[in-house]
Design a protein around this ligand. Structure first.
Ligand code: SDX
Length: 437
């Protein structure tokens, strides 16, 4: 297994004083971002845990893949700013960058594209697995089940200690996730599955597998395909978010990559995470008209009302999510191409953004639109049902999950993730027979 040396540098020490004792804890610095205090020896030295539910102040790993500066609204994949990649790159090139750390040469890109293209088919027996789902099953339920089942079909690439098998599993996951997502969509609308076509690019292929029917030739609209390819770039990776942390934790036990990605899909489904694009569009539909925006903004501010503005706020971004800006441009491009620029949902979204960005509550809590705010409108205009939005997020995020999983497996510092707790339950007590209770 290729061994990766830590790139963190010493940044002095921190002194913790507790219970009249002092402990010296090493501080480390990375390329950019906050330094960390290395507490790996704290429990052994001081017999105390740190406590950080939600991990708001905790770095779980060392990573070279993605850098986010939430205050400055910065997102970079392997050092390249997201807006430059969105403007100049394509999704498969970004996949190569995330996996291998450098932009590919023309030959490397061509070889990678060919490899991914020739892994897009799934085992024919997988089609029978779909028959077990109801037609109205949520596509994310299908994705969880079918991606997890890949480990039953591709057992020859589940040994995580074999670098060759890791590479094959990586290629299979990136290539087959769009095929499976398209199959989930086709199954939900009662149309036949469409096989991938090797003479199409990654995103064109996905659109054809979703929207082609046997009765006529399907022509990919290049403007729409480019917009979706850009949307995939925006969603490809995002540091140690909830689903990526889930993939890393599952992977830390030695679970096979297909099972780990299925775990990531399950976590992404939550409305506070990847499910927010579906929730955001449903929210815009519920608001219905710009005249009702103030009513919903008040609901979002009311502590007694569980309603939140879906597509707003972020654990890390306390400034405008840099992806949301690019997402909004893609939204305009798609609606323009489709002659839908007077889309009522867009008007509602723009008014909601305008009001929220000047409201003290949102300014004080640093709540800005995130990537999910405009993605729903765009994906609906592209022809996807709301229930497919998070499945599309999963298609794009698979490369980020796999790149982070690969980095974790190759990291000599990694060990099985096993957090502790602060126990506040009952103290020791003896069993009470039922007649005495
Ligand atoms: C993604 O982590 C990632 O990188 C995720 C992601 C990725 O690419 O992987 O970026 C993708 O998940 C984007 C986020 C999508 N989720 C949503 O849009 C759902 C709506 N947003 C929230 O639920 C919330 O903002 C979170 C979950 C995104 C962040 O929550 P935090 O960081 O735990 O912050 P919080 O919930 O404690 O909120 C801080 C305050 C709270 O008020 P107080 O309790 O301090 O008084 O802001 C309020 C919240 O009530 N607040 C909101 C709000 N989001 C937070 N109030 C109204 N509407 C909102 N959307």
């Amino acid at each position: 297994m290729s061994v990766k040396e830590s790139q963190a540098k010493s940044a002095g020490t921190a002194t913790l004083t507790y219970d009249n004792k002092s402990y010296e804890l090493p501080a480390l610095s990375g390329t950019q971002g906050p330094n960390v205090i290395d507490i790996r020896k704290l429990y052994g030295d001081a017999d105390i845990f740190t406590y950080d539910p939600g991990f708001t102040s905790t770095a779980s790993c060392e990573s070279e893949i993605t850098y986010i500066d939430g205050d400055a609204g910065i997102l970079r994949y392997r050092g390249y700013p997201i807006d430059q990649l969105a403007q100049h790159s394509n999704f498969l090139e970004v996949c190569y960058l995330l996996l291998y750390g450098e932009l590919p040469s023309a030959k490397q890109a061509s070889d990678f594209d060919h490899t991914i293209t020739f892994h897009t088919m799934v085992h024919e027996q997988l089609t029978f697995l779909f028959r077990g789902f109801r037609r109205d099953a949520h596509p994310m339920a299908v994705m969880c089940g079918v991606v997890g089942a890949l480990s039953a079909f591709y057992h020859d690439s589940t040994d995580i200690n074999d670098p060759r098998q890791r590479v094959i599993a990586t290629h299979r996951l990136i290539a087959k996730t769009p095929t499976i997502a398209a199959m989930a969509y086709k199954y939900s609308v009662g149309q036949p599955f469409v096989y991938p076509s090797n003479d199409l690019g990654y995103t064109e292929n996905f659109m054809r597998m979703c929207f082609a029917v046997p009765c006529e030739e399907y022509k990919v609209n290049p403007v729409l395909a480019k917009a979706l390819d850009t949307i995939f770039i925006l969603h490809a990776d995002h540091e140690q978010n909830a689903s990526t942390s889930t993939v890393r934790l599952a992977g830390s036990s030695g679970a096979n990559p297909f099972a780990c990605i299925a775990a990531g899909i399950a976590c992404l489904w939550g409305p506070a995470h990847g499910g927010a694009n579906e929730a955001a569009l449903n929210m815009l539909k519920e608001i219905g008209d710009v005249s009702r925006v103030p009513e919903y903004v008040s609901k979002a501010k009311d502590k007694n009302d569980p309603f939140r503005l879906m597509g707003f706020g972020h654990r890390v971004y306390k400034n405008y999510d840099p992806r949301a800006k690019v997402m909004r441009d893609q939204c305009y491009a798609v609606l323009e191409e489709l002659g839908m620029h007077d889309n009522p949902l867009l008007k509602t979204a723009l008014e909601l953004e305008r009001i929220a960005l000047q409201d003290d509550y949102f300014i004080e809590k640093k709540l800005y639109p995130n990537i999910d705010f405009y993605s729903g409108i765009t994906l609906a205009a592209l022809g996807f049902p709301t229930t497919m939005f998070t499945a599309l997020f999963a298609v794009a995020r698979t490369v980020g999950w796999v790149a982070q999983w690969k980095e974790m497996v190759e990291d000599p510092q990694q060990k099985i993730g096993r957090p502790r707790q602060i126990y506040t339950g009952a103290a020791a007590r003896d069993y009470v027979p039922v007649e005495n209770r």
